[in-house]
Design a protein around this ligand. Structure first.
Ligand SMILES: NC(=O)CCC(=O)C(=O)O
Length: 285
C-alpha cells in the first residue's frame, strides 16, 4: 500500500472560538499545501483547556464547530480528525468529543473521551475533568483507504486495555488528540506513545495545542509520531507548527510478521473480560 502523508496541527488555542476555528482552518490549508492526506487537530482546539470554559463553549453534534470542521474536510478533500471540542447532548451532559470527517465532509466517527482526567500531583498539576465533563462509553475505530484507525483522547492513552481493544478491532494506527501538561508531559508523554506503539505494533500519532506559558493549564505540546517498531519518527517542541510525515502502512505488517506479538497472545490464559479493578459508573468513581 502507498504511503500516507499525515499533518499534525500544533496550534495556539485562545479565548475566542471563532479565532480558534480560523487558526485551525489556516493550518489545515497549510498542511494540505504540503500534500497531507489526513490531518489531526489537538484536544480542545476550539476552547481553552479549562473547566470554566467547557460549558460555555459546548455545542451539540452538528453545531457551528462541527459544520466548520466538515467544511474544512470537504473544501480541502482531506480526512480530518477534528481534535476535540466540548460537546453537549440533549440531557445537558458535556463530553470531550472528537469528530472525524471524510473527504466529502461526512462524519465517519466520533469518540467521546472515555477516561476523565482527574489528577492531583502534589506540587504539580491538578485537574478534575469530572467537575464538568461526563465520560464516553465506546472504543472507537473507523476505516480509511489507508487502513483501520483507532481514536482515543489524551488521558485515554494511559490505559493499555483500551489501545489493545482498538487493535483487537483491527486498528493499525491510533490517533490521539491530546494536551499533556508541564508536570506529566516531560515525564510520560513520549514513553506512553512509544509503549502503546510497541505493545500493539501500530503507528501512534499525537497532536497537542502549542504551549502558552500564560494559560491556566500549560500544554506540553510535543506533537509526536511513533512507528510500529517503537521509534519516534518526528516530535515537535512547544511552538506552534505543523508536523508532516509519510507513514508506511506496509511497515505495520512487516513488524507484525517479524515479531509476531499479536499472534503470541495467550488469550486462553488472560482476556480483557475480567479484571480486578472497580468499574466506574459513567466514568465516575
Ligand atoms: N487532557 C488530558 O487528558 C491530559 C492528560 C495528561 O496530562 C496525563 O498526564 O495523562
Amino acid at each position: 500500500m502507498n504511503t500516507l502523508r499525515v499533518g499534525l496541527v500544533q496550534m495556539h488555542v485562545g479565548y475566542s472560538k471563532e479565532e480558534n476555528l480560523q487558526k485551525a482552518k489556516e493550518m489545515v490549508q497549510k498542511a494540505v499545501s504540503k500534500n497531507a492526506q489526513l490531518i489531526v487537530l489537538p484536544e480542545m482546539f476550539n476552547c481553552p483547556y479549562d473547566n470554566q470554559f467547557f460549558p460555555a463553549f459546548a455545542e451539540e453534534e452538528g453545531g457551528f464547530s462541527w459544520q466548520e470542521l466538515s467544511r474544512m474536510a470537504l473544501e480541502n478533500e482531506v480526512f480530518l480528525i477534528g481534535g476535540s471540542i466540548p460537546e453537549i447532548d440533549d440531557q445537558g451532559c458535556i463530553y470531550n468529543t472528537s469528530f472525524v470527517f471524510n473527504r466529502q465532509g461526512g462524519q465517519i466517527a466520533k469518540h467521546r473521551k472515555v477516561h476523565l482526567f482527574d489528577i492531583d500531583v502534589k506540587g504539580g498539576q491538578y485537574f478534575k475533568e469530572s467537575d464538568t465533563l461526563s465520560a464516553g462509553n465506546e472504543a472507537t475505530v473507523f476505516d480509511t483507504p489507508f487502513g483501520r484507525m483507532g481514536l482515543i483522547i489524551c488521558y485515554d492513552i494511559r490505559f493499555p486495555e483500551l489501545a489493545r481493544l482498538l487493535v483487537a478491532k483491527g486498528a493499525k494506527f491510533i490517533i490521539v488528540p491530546g494536551a499533556f501538561n508541564m508536570t506529566t508531559g516531560p515525564a510520560h508523554w513520549e514513553i506512553l506513545f512509544r509503549t502503546r506503539a510497541l505493545d500493539n505494533q501500530v503507528y501512534m500519532m499525537g497532536a497537542a495545542p502549542a504551549r502558552n506559558e500564560e494559560a491556566a493549564y500549560v500544554s506540553y505540546g510535543n506533537s509526536i509520531i511513533v512507528d510500529p517498531w517503537g521509534k519516534v519518527v518526528q516530535r515537535m517542541d512547544g511552538e506552534e507548527n505543523i508536523l508532516i510525515e509519510d507513514l508506511e502502512p506496509a511497515k505495520i505488517e512487516r513488524v507484525r510478521t517479524e515479531l509476531p506479538l499479536l499472534k503470541h497472545l495467550r488469550q486462553d490464559l488472560y482476556t480483557l473480560t475480567e479484571h480486578p479493578y472497580v468499574t466506574p459508573k459513567n466514568g465516575r468513581y
